[in-house]
Ligand binder design. Structure first.
Ligand SMILES: Cc1cc2nc3c(=O)[nH]c(=O)nc-3n(C[C@H](O)[C@H](O)[C@H](O)COP(=O)(O)OP(=O)(O)OC[C@H]3O[C@@H](n4cnc5c(N)ncnc54)[C@H](O)[C@@H]3O)c2cc1C
Length: 598
């Protein structure tokens, strides 16, 4: 059976030593009372819930999957999921970072993010049921009317009702402008929606009393394309004026997908048959509101891969210490045994350290983004809110795509540590790999993330936000550069930093001549930028570890951090040398290929 230990020490390191989040929170009235002890105590309990309640259902949920009753259109989730969710609600976990005005506990979103990292490690499929509700909550809270907020947000905060996002249709995934679902206005101001959606995560289940679907659809007079898409709330059950549940609404699950991973999560085909809905935000401006949910979900998907990388790493490490095979090349290490544990072999160590470096790098970036999100929502200074939003929007596609590409590579490497046993179901490793695969696809494929980063977020504003991130890096290099012990980390960071502007300008110039040049470079470009961000955070973590050791700390945590930083700079960051060449290789080798792609 797989193991999982919540990485509380590393979370505390990032939260309180690296980023000192409570100092930031002192400037935010809503969080001024939040101290390190409170955060640590909450995360300790969260870790208990993840390990004791969600984790034991991971393999059984994967094996059993969800079942649809075609007569009632009801979905039964795997055994134990419903009870675990009831305990989650009872424990107040859905409300952790909710607005107190709607019954929330008002803790920072960063704390919720750490909770979700642990839940994702424990059971990604289960975690998606409560997880999607946060994005739906955010979209409604930003764009809903007061009446909509009053009707839905209390119950979504408490977790009594869950949320979904219904965008995809059979002929329209990436290109939402092709959407066909229709919304007919009614005399009472409501709408009747008809059409079919596919691939809707948590689209039907037995865990909550009501499901609040956020559905994209077209009004009769809508302009064609993405500018004619509006957003609607479509509840599974009507909600009476007193908040009680009314009749069943015309939105049904017509089928469940049989898929590669996340079997415990119901991926539903959804049929809308004259379903009652109310408009969220302005007509034809549905994407504005939906983007609030999509951005939250993109950070959430990155967090899913962080969670899977961590749990896969922990299991691979335990196995590598235990499994004996062959002798170390440099002479027997476990002389009392017939062979050495495989952890003595350099390549096994490389696989383990790859996962560790990707997990810890991602945790630092993820918590940094959590604090940005907290500032966007609550900081009193408008300029801080604006700057934080800008930085978060730059980092969001990196979190989504870089974390999930790394998560796929890392879970696969951790499976490889088990040799043939990794491929066998009982060890649980193949499930981590299968579950991790979807993260590269949904919430906008990683290719789409790369186009968003390079096309919209960087070239679209002449690199202004990228320069702001570059300024953070430059300031750090200046401050840390006086320490000779930091040279090994700063030198590669400086070299990569010097490449960012010329690379961006070169692709931008080529893109003016031929837009396919941007598409040809974007995926490699995102990976380079992801490494740049990781290198900055790994250098900061190395600096802190060096300082603690110099101050006399004998805590092996800091030595481990330093060694992992060295591994990252020596073995993972150099991938950028090859990526810098491929990002510059141009579109011709891809596009002038009519004969090759017949
Ligand atoms: C398990 C699962 C859960 C899901 N959950 C949800 C959900 O809750 N709600 C929801 O609405 N949707 C959901 N989805 C749908 C998911 O978001 C889409 O599958 C995804 O956005 C891709 O759309 P598509 O599958 O139609 O692929 P397509 O859009 O057909 O893309 C096919 C390929 O072409 C590439 N491509 C397309 N356009 C471009 C371009 N302009 N440039 C470069 N490459 C391009 C894509 O990157 C991809 O590799 C889910 C999907 C799955 C499998």
């Amino acid at each position: 059976m797989p193991i999982y230990n919540p990485p509380l020490r590393d979370m505390q390191f990032v939260l309180h030593e690296l980023l000192q989040v409570c100092t930031d929170y002192q400037a935010i009235a809503a969080y001024a009372d939040v101290d390190a002890d409170t955060i640590n105590a909450v995360l300790e309990q969260a870790g208990k819930f993840a390990t004791e309640v969600a984790f034991p259902l991971n393999i059984s949920g994967d094996t059993e999957g969800c079942t649809l009753d075609r007569d009632t259109h009801e979905v039964r989730t795997p055994q134990g999921f419903k009870q675990a969710y009831a305990r989650y609600v009872e424990g107040g976990w859905p409300a952790l970072s909710g607005d107190p005005a709607y019954g929330g506990q008002g803790l920072p979103l960063t704390v919720n993010q750490c909770l979700y990292e642990m839940l994702n490690s424990a059971n990604q499929a289960w975690t998606m049921y409560p997880g999607l509700t946060h994005g739906a909550y955010a979209a409604l809270s930003a764009h809903g009317t007061e009446a909509q907020k009053a009707t839905y947000l209390h119950k979504m905060t408490s977790g009594e009702w869950t949320g979904t996002m219904c965008l995809t249709e059979p002929h329209c995934g990436t290109d939402l402008g092709l959407m066909r679902t229709k919304a007919e206005p009614q005399a009472d101001g409501s709408y009747r929606l008809s059409g079919s959606k596919i691939f809707i995560s948590a689209g039907e289940h037995d865990m909550a009393a009501n499901i609040i679907h956020l559905v994209l659809a077209r009004l009769p007079d809508a302009p064609p394309g993405i500018k004619g898409v509006s957003l609607f709330i479509v509840p599974k059950y009507h909600v009476n004026a007193d908040g009680s549940l009314g009749a069943r609404n015309g939105i049904y699950c017509a089928g469940l997908e049989h898929k590669m991973g996340i079997h415990g999560n119901a991926t539903a085909q959804i049929m809308l048959d004259g379903a009652y809905g109310t408009l969220v935000g302005q007509p034809n401006k549905g994407m504005n509101a939906m983007f609030v949910m999509m951005n939250a979900a993109r950070l959430g998907v990155g967090n899913q891969s962080l969670g899977l990388t961590e749990v896969a790493y922990q299991n691979a490490l335990a196995y590598a210490k235990d499994r004996i095979q062959m002798r170390s090349l440099s002479g027997a290490k476990a002389k009392d045994q017939s062979a050495d544990p495989i952890i003595v072999h350099p390549d096994v160590r490389k696989m383990l350290l790859t996962a560790k470096a990707y997990a810890e790098g991602a945790r630092a970036v993820s918590i940094f983004c959590g604090v940005l999100l907290d500032k966007v929502h609550h900081h009193p200074d408008e300029a801080v809110r604006r700057d934080s939003d800008e930085m978060l929007s730059l980092l969001t596609p990196i979190v989504k795509a870089f974390f999930t590409d790394n998560g796929w590579a890392a879970t696969s490497a951790c499976l490889q540590v088990f040799g043939g046993h990794g491929y066998i179901k009982e060890w649980g490793m193949e499930q981590f790999v299968r579950d991790a695969r979807i993260n590269l696809i949904y919430e906008g494929t990683n290719t789409i993330q790369s186009l968003d980063l390079l096309g919209r977020k960087i070239l679209g504003n002449n690199g202004a936000t990228l320069k702001k991130f570059g300024q953070l890096v430059t300031d750090f290099i200046k401050q840390a550069g006086t320490d000779a012990a930091m040279i090994e980390f700063l030198q590669p960071l400086i070299e990569l930093s010097q490449q960012m502007t010329p690379l961006t300008t070169e692709i931008g110039m080529k893109g003016f001549q031929n837009p396919d040049e941007v598409g040809a470079a974007a995926v490699d470009y995102l990976r380079i930028t992801g490494h740049w961000v990781f290198a900055y955070f790994w250098a900061r973590m190395a600096q802190l570890a060096l300082q603690r050791i110099a101050q006399g700390s004998t805590d092996p945590f800091y030595t481990a951090k330093l060694q992992t930083a060295r591994f990252y700079f020596a073995r993972l960051l150099p991938e950028t040398a090859s990526l810098l060449r491929t990002a510059r290789a141009g579109a011709a080798a891809l596009m002038d290929t009519e004969a090759a792609l017949v």
